[in-house]
Ligand binder design. Structure first.
Ligand code: FAD
Ligand code: NDP
Length: 658
């Protein structure tokens, strides 16, 4: 960070002094949290050796009796045109768009597979009390225009988000096309048949043996999400904890009382109990106020505070919905775009934000999701330094407001000081709540701030932080998910599938040893008819559905074009040329210097726990490939639209297999 430059009467200006002091504090706080073990400090729950820990990852929602009674949607030896991995909003959008485009007309054309026991993805697994989407539901819930559904509130609650997944499945007749409780293990491109060979295992519950299935598919769409695999810190002694323990993504209502579908959430199992929650990320922000309503004592174990802005939840006004929100064809995408412009500070003069909220008050979240100013940075130290300085300057008033807000809400000055977030907005997902900070005014809610060091250990009786043991009856792990950049961002690692492309090339080997390479973040050379949805080399947005919508629209266009080109009697094989892939990587890298702002971030899953920090030029080049499209979502969509309008599927080879 440059020292204060502007000198008035021989003295730096007050603004510059504040900036300098704040930057120093940011650096000090980040340094406290940098650990040599980086991503290795965490343990994937599903991969744990301990039975107790691994059991915390199992599907507690699946109704095995009902699912075992249904005819299987996928049969061993089956041959399909489209296999979609993931039955979340991404998988559902793929299915709906492929069907609407007339590409999956026959009953056997399309299948969906998911480890989960039902539709919803994130919203299937996560059922913790307090769960809501954090961006406006009017733009977050996919296909609202097509389903005609009006969300009940501005920020929909978990059950409504899950129901919406089922609504989409019903409208597009997907219930008998999805195989649940099934894990895709391997996907291998058969060079001879020019098809994907997929191996999966269906878990049929505790009373029936698992089934292994092997199928073939022409197209393989991976919609496995980015925040999917729950993880936890490798805490010494954690297995000896004698109380109840669960991860927020598998909330144990048998322990807490209540049910995920209760509107009044009576967590009576917490009454009289000492409940600890480990973690203070976006999940904990929603959970803590609920714990506070029922538990005898709540201990919130904090390593890094979240930045918490206001929420402003309200019911949807049907009149406003009809006249101002869902009032014309194409409204939902236009709304996503408008709000994204508001968040990235790119609304043109005269255009008002249609959905102002805490998000649209952010002044620098484009440091993560991209914007034109992020893309214009030349990769020289002085230009990068100036860019980082500019972004910090534009972030400062907002970050200061958020820090001041803590003091306005939390009565105890020491607790308030510890709840202030000392990092710029782009380093962590911002959070929004009108209840979280308020909870710390309650006498039975205790902040256990570890000053960046984290909890040290667990014992049979509770957690140890700062050398002191905190006795607990129940421990909630709000400790998040496997980081997006694990395995150098390989989509295969993210999905847990061994993916082998043309000539036996492993996707992991490609990404880990040669770096990320895609066309538009969706296609990869050597992996024909395989599609993913970024987020690397792809546009990014605060609203993940905007990203998915644009991505899937593009993929469906490519497939439709390819199918039309080969005609009805043949199978299309779509593969990006290495020249086109490299050209796209170059465009991404050319714009990547702006992402230097991430290097100084406090560690977290977005920055691979500090893994962005490097001075090795080769590593820097690899990292420059592993970023989103820095110019922002709108620019990304424009690039895709221009590409599609040109019409030739430039850089993509389409061959016909008879
Ligand atoms: P997911 O919903 O993650 O679905 C992927 C599915 O793939 C999962 O069901 C998984 O079981 C399945 N799968 C993975 N690997 C395999 C395999 N090998 N075999 C078979 N199946 C597999 N984003 C926002 O924009 N706004 C929000 O408010 C928001 N809130 C969130 C709240 C929580 C608690 C979490 C965890 C994430 C949130 N997100 C939010 C991010 C969210 O994940 C995305 O918005 C979106 O739901 C992702 O949809 P998806 O279908 O791509 O992935
Ligand atoms: P996060 O990864 O954001 O948070 C994990 C928390 O665990 C962090 O506070 C982390 O601290 C803490 N932690 C990890 N190890 C330790 C340790 N040893 N001691 C103390 N604390 C520790 O996970 P979340 O589930 O909260 O959120 C993940 C993402 O899911 C969000 O970023 C968001 O994108 C999405 N989400 C959205 C929601 C919404 O509002 N709709 C709700 C929930 C999630 P540290 O920060 O120091 O690493």
């Amino acid at each position: 960070a440059p020292a204060p430059e502007k000198v008035a009467n021989g003295q730096p200006s007050l603004d510059d002094l504040t900036m300098f002091t704040v930057q120093q504090r940011y650096a000090e706080e980040a340094a406290k949290r940098l650990r040599p073990d980086g991503l290795d400090q965490f343990l994937d729950i599903e991969a744990a050796i301990s039975d107790r820990i691994r059991a915390m990852g199992r599907d507690i929602w699946a109704d095995h009796a009902v699912l075992n009674g249904k005819p299987p949607a996928i049969t061993d030896g089956g041959k399909y045109k489209f296999l979609i991995l993931g039955a979340g909003y991404g998988g559902l959008l793929y299915a709906a768009r492929l069907i609407d485009a007339g590409l999956a007309r026959n009953a056997d054309d399309l299948r969906i597979v998911d480890i989960a026991g039902g539709f919803g993805g994130t919203w299937y697994w996560n059922r913790y009390p307090g769960l809501h989407c954090d961006v406006e539901s009017y733009t977050y819930m996919p296909l609202l225009e097509e389903t005609g559904y009006m969300p009940k509130t501005k920020y929909a609650a978990g059950p409504e988000l899950r129901e919406h997944a089922d609504r989409i499945a019903t409208q597009w007749n997907l219930h008998d096309k999805a195989l649940f409780r099934s894990t895709v293990k391997t996907a291998k491109w058969d060079d001879e048949a020019q098809l994907w060979d997929i191996e999966m295992q269906e878990d049929r519950g505790p009373d029936e043996p698992a089934r292994d299935l092997r199928i073939q598919t022409q197209y393989f769409m991976v919609a496995s999400g980015v925040i999917t695999n729950p993880h936890m810190p490798r805490l010494p002694g954690i297995e000896s904890f004698s109380g109840s323990m669960f991860h927020t993504s598998r909330w144990d209502y048998a322990v807490s009382g209540g049910s995920p579908d209760d509107s009044d959430l009576a967590l009576t199992g917490l009454q009289g109990k000492r409940v600890g929650i480990l973690g203070t990320g976006a999940t904990a922000i929603q959970v803590v106020p609920q714990l506070a309503k029922w538990a005898k004592e709540v201990y919130v174990f904090q390593r890094t505070p979240s930045a918490v802005s206001w929420r402003g939840q309200k019911p949807t006004d049907p009149e406003e919905w009809k006249t101002k929100i869902a009032n014309k064809k194409g409204w939902q995408r236009a709304r996503m775009e408008n709000i994204n412009r508001a968040i990235t500070g790119t609304l043109p003069a005269g255009e008002a934000c249609v959905g102002p909220d805490g998000w649209t008050e952010l002044t620098s979240y484009d440091g993560l999701i991209g914007s034109p100013r992020m893309a214009r940075v030349e990769p020289s130290p002085d230009k990068i330094g100036a860019h980082v300085g500019r972004l910090l300057q534009s972030d400062l008033p907002h970050s200061e407001r958020i820090r001041a807000r803590v003091g306005q809400i939390v009565h105890d000055a020491d607790t308030a000081a510890r709840l202030r977030a000392w990092y710029p907005t782009w380093c962590k997902r911002p959070t929004f709540s009108d209840e979280y900070l308020q909870a710390f005014n309650l006498p039975h809610v205790h902040l256990v701030d570890t000053d960046g060091r984290g909890v040290e250990a667990a014992t049979a009786g509770g957690l140890v932080a700062g050398g002191r043991e905190y006795p607990l009856d129940i421990l909630v792990l709000g400790t998040g998910y496997r980081a997006i950049g694990t395995g150098d961002g390989s989509p295969a690692v993210r999905t847990g599938v061994e993916i082998i492309g043309r000539h036996g090339v492993s996707m992991d080997d490609r990404w880990m040893n040669h770096g990320a390479a895609t066309l538009h973040g969706v296609l990869m050379g050597g992996f024909p008819n395989f599609f993913t949805n970024g987020p690397f080399q792809h546009g990014s947005a605060a609203n993940y559905i905007y990203l998915l919508d644009a991505s899937i629209e593009h993929v469906v266009h490519i497939v439709a074009k390819a199918e039309a080109r080969v005609g009805p009697g043949a199978r299309a094989v779509v593969e990006v040329t290495s020249a086109a892939e490299e050209a796209w990587c170059y465009e991404v890298m050319k714009r990547a210097a702006g992402y230097a702002v991430l290097a100084g971030c406090t560690p977290g899953y977005i920055t691979s726990e500090g893994g962005q920090r490097t001075t090795d030029p080769v590593e820097m080049m690899r990292k420059a490939r592993l970023v989103p499209w820095s110019e922002g979502m709108e620019s990304f969509v424009e690039v895709l639209e221009t590409y599609r309008a040109e019409g030739s599927l430039a850089g993509i080879d389409v061959t016909a297999v008879s």
